[in-house]
Write a protein that binds this ligand. Structure first.
Ligand code: FES
Ligand code: FE2
Length: 338
């Protein structure tokens, strides 16, 4: 399909650990490929959702005796794809016959997240952004199913500060009372970040309740699918949100968000409840915007974007998405009102 090779070749988050209990099977979509994801007592397996025998969807099978069993003839597949049993043919050496294997993806489970890759050329480990597993922070995951829209447009949405006062009026910022800020863009070879420097906290509800002493916030894109936003007070991090947008199909994606806050300010459950309460309307607004945007792009055949004066990242996000690198360096600060 039309995913850049760099996207197809990457590690992608495919599920929360808590959503894949031992003995369970889930169908997930990854870059237009259906995957049967399952967990035995010992392992996690991610098999392309096609039984090699007669093409039954393996995701409709069950975990049985430490393997995924196809519903049609009962062949059983281990997490590495090897066919370990063909019912009725007990003498057959199935596991050593690669023709009988299901196609298996590499899988890694880290910090409550399950990652998989369709490619042999992906690195040995899924790359994780800073503080992803930092034990000095409280972390929680938030997941809300699969959304309409393109994963890339979701990346652009969270890297774009100009919609926050308008689409999220009252929640994040206010469209009627904009504040002066400096936007500072720094290109890294393999990513880009935008810092928002301001002397006054935002006037939206979220800032008033969730952060006291913000001095700057930085959003950094870790291609192809991860954006991490960090809010920093005078002395330390106050909130870190890592958003991962897994491409499901050309027009759908599965977002995962990990919230990290310093331990000790308030109990973890209270912070989680507050963040969910204030962010739920914001998330719903973005979800609707991405779906509406995608419907129009589909109607008109392909995206046609005009870069306006606020689009200071230019095409750099898209170049990174396609696997290109950027010349490192910092842009001159841009004065704006957000
Ligand atoms: S189709 Fe899967 S075992 Fe036959
Ligand atoms: Fe948004």
């Amino acid at each position: 399909m039309s995913f850049p090779q760099a996207v197809r070749d990457a590690w992608h988050m495919v599920a929360l650990s808590r959503d894949l209990r031992p003995g369970s099977v889930r169908k997930v979509m990854l870059c237009d490929t259906p995957i049967a994801l399952f967990r035995t007592e010992a392992d996690i397996g991610a098999l392309v959702d096609r039984c090699p025998h007669r093409n039954y969807p393996l995701s409709e099978g069950r975990v049985h005796r430490g393997a995924l069993e196809c519903p049609y003839h009962g062949w059983r597949f281990a997490a590495d794809g090897a066919c370990i049993a063909v019912p009725g043919c007990p003498a057959a050496a199935t596991a050593t016959d690669p023709r009988l294997s299901a196609a298996a993806l590499r899988v890694a489970e880290r910090h409550g997240a399950i990652f998989a890759t369709l490619s042999d050329s992906a690195p040995a480990e899924p790359p994780l952004p800073p503080d992803f597993g930092n034990p000095d922070l409280d972390h929680f995951w938030w997941q809300q199913g699969t959304w309409q829209g393109r994963a890339f447009d979701a990346v652009e949405n969270v890297m774009d500060p100009f919609h926050t006062g308008h689409l999220h009026h009252g929640f994040i910022r206010r469209r009627d009372k904009r504040l002066p800020v400096d936007l500072v863009v720094t290109s890294h070879g393999d990513g880009i970040d935008m810092a928002i420097e301001q002397t006054q906290p935002d006037l939206g509800l979220m800032s008033r309740f969730l952060e006291r002493d913000r001095q700057r916030s930085v959003s950094r894109y870790y291609p192809p699918t991860t954006v991490q936003a960090r809010w920093e007070g005078a002395t330390r991090l106050t909130l870190c949100v890592t958003a991962i947008f897994t491409p499901a199909s050309e027009g759908t994606f599965t977002p995962f968000a990990r919230f990290s806050t310093p331990k000790g300010l308030a109990p973890g459950w209270l912070k989680q409840a507050a963040i969910r309460l204030f962010l739920a309307p914001v998330v719903a607004q973005d979800r609707r915007a991405l779906a509406r945007q995608h419907a129009v792009m589909t109607r008109f055949g392909h995206p046609q974007f005009t870069s306006g004066p606020g689009d200071i990242l230019g095409n750099r996000l898209h170049r990174l998405w396609r696997g290109e690198t950027l010349e490192p360096g910092q842009d001159d600060p841009v004065a704006a009102e957000l």
